[in-house]
Design a protein around this ligand. Structure first.
Ligand SMILES: C[S@@+](CC[C@H](N)C(=O)[O-])C[C@H]1O[C@@H](n2cnc3c(N)ncnc32)[C@H](O)[C@@H]1O
Length: 193
């Protein structure tokens, strides 16, 4: 994958909005070449950054880019699909997805499952820069509105929408996991109380 300057800029900007703390445990879905993983690892210096991507080719690219942090066990990259999440062994403080929610099967259901992986009050950031021909600022705004609706239906609260002025603009929708126990997922819906 050729890494355009806009890709670096979009990912660095997205991470800067997540208020990552040094002890945070962060999950990135669809990390691609691993630019945001590197930015996250620079911030979560005493925490952990976990990434999943369903492409082994992307995992290999991202692993090369983040080799030192992987050796230091601060970054862990897995080949997995968002519709078949592995056991992560504990909750996350932040979850990020840049330019890939549109590729997920049933994104509404996926977001509910991700809500169940966040600590109470944890943050999710869904970033999109429309890639369709002729995309404009209005295309970006429409994508952001749709993302807010999906996040709201998945139980997230306290939304914030930020825009990065690229061509077309990039939208980042940030939502907070509701206080209280994790949202129901297909895994815990049928568990005994
Ligand atoms: C357009 S790329 C964006 C990569 C990276 N987030 C970035 O902005 O540089 C989309 C990425 O999402 C991954 N992806 C797509 N569908 C996925 C799924 N169902 N589960 C996990 N990863 C997926 C692709 O393999 C690809 O690396």
């Amino acid at each position: 994958m050729t890494l355009r300057p806009s890709n670096r800029k979009r990912n660095a900007w997205a991470v800067s909005l997540l208020d990552v703390q040094s002890t945070d445990r962060v999950l990135e879905i669809g990390f691609g070449p691993g630019v945001a993983i590197g930015e996250l690892a620079q911030r979560a210096t005493r925490g952990q950054v976990v990434g999943i991507d369903h492409s082994e080719t992307m995992r290999a690219h991202a692993a090369r880019r983040n080799a030192a942090a992987i050796r230091a066990a601060r970054v862990s990259l897995m080949v997995a699909s968002v519709d078949d999440l592995p056991d992560f062994g504990g909750p996350f403080d932040k979850i990020l997805a840049v330019n890939n929610m549109g590729m997920w099967p049933d994104p509404g259901l996926r977001l509910k499952e991700l809500a169940g992986l966040l600590r109470s009050g944890g943050l999710v950031a869904i970033v999109s820069q429309p890639r369709c021909p002729g995309a404009t600022a209005e295309t970006t705004a429409a994508a952001a509105r749709q993302t807010v609706e999906l996040l709201e239906a998945a139980g997230f609260v306290a939304f914030r929408v930020e825009t990065l002025d690229l061509e077309p603009p990039v939208a980042c929708v940030i939502g907070s996991a509701p206080p209280g126990p994790p949202a129901p997922t297909s895994d815990n819906l049928n568990s005994p109380a």
